[in-house]
Ligand binder design. Sequence first.
Ligand code: SAM
Length: 281
Amino acid sequence: MNYRHAYHAGNFADILKHWILLRLLDRLTAKAKPFFVLDSHAGGGFYDLAREATIRTGEAARGIARLLPHAAGAPESLRPYLEVIATLNADEPALRWYPGSPYLTATHLRECDRLIACDLQSGEGAVLRETLKPFPRAKAHMGDGYAAVPSMLPPPERRGLTLIDPPFERRDDYDRMARATKIGVTQFATGLFALWYPIKDRARAVRFLDALPRPAGGLAAIDFAIDHPTAEGGLKACGLALLNPPFGLVDEIAESLPWLVEHLREGEGATAHIDWISRPE
Ligand SMILES: C[S@@+](CC[C@H](N)C(=O)[O-])C[C@H]1O[C@@H](n2cnc3c(N)ncnc32)[C@H](O)[C@@H]1O
């Protein structure tokens, strides 16, 4: 496995995923009851966009760097995400620091909440451990994130979120993610699940969504494209499936997506929408 998230940190896919992650955490922290987050494919958790890896791909330059100058006009829903990035970079002359999913979650944990963040690669895992050191309620777990889903769910808190965000270097990542989610929902029917996937071929994405379970709280999927998806070359479109999304979140996302498309578009194929695959019962 060669995947290094540093090449992609702050790109359009991260923006979508991290914006929604913060909205889910906001709903979880709105109630006093403790919650648990399982981040099955966590990465190092914190990125220096001034490093060569990120500069070379230019993904952050075409992603978060294009968005921040327009933050003042952003929809309400996106503001907390943009504020986090602006605050992290407040002392920098230019955009430099970008948070990954485990860092974003760790900074939202209260004393009663927990995060377990998994990574299989020892290099990424070591960085993740360092990233999470200041957060006593967050633990790095060196191991297979797909296996963590059946072994760690349901959590004793009986409230929580599972984020599954594989690198998709393997052909079977769609199938592995669908299988893990089926077990996850069987064991933790009321849990929130957020599943990120690339869209290179829309028919493949539809087959993936067909394979997902239909929990009572509904299944919704975001399709976000900065241009027409292509099978070869750089990623132009991605999806995020939300199982048991909190009440009102799907409408909130639908209202905010046009702004994201407008500011991140790279071609005529730019488009975004969120659809219910199965509505809440
Ligand atoms: C897309 S990156 C994660 C990015 C992160 N979720 C974020 O939003 O900041 C995917 C990560 O999964 C790790 N990985 C790959 N296969 C894995 C597996 N089976 N279990 C756990 N981690 C895995 C890779 O090392 C990589 O760091």
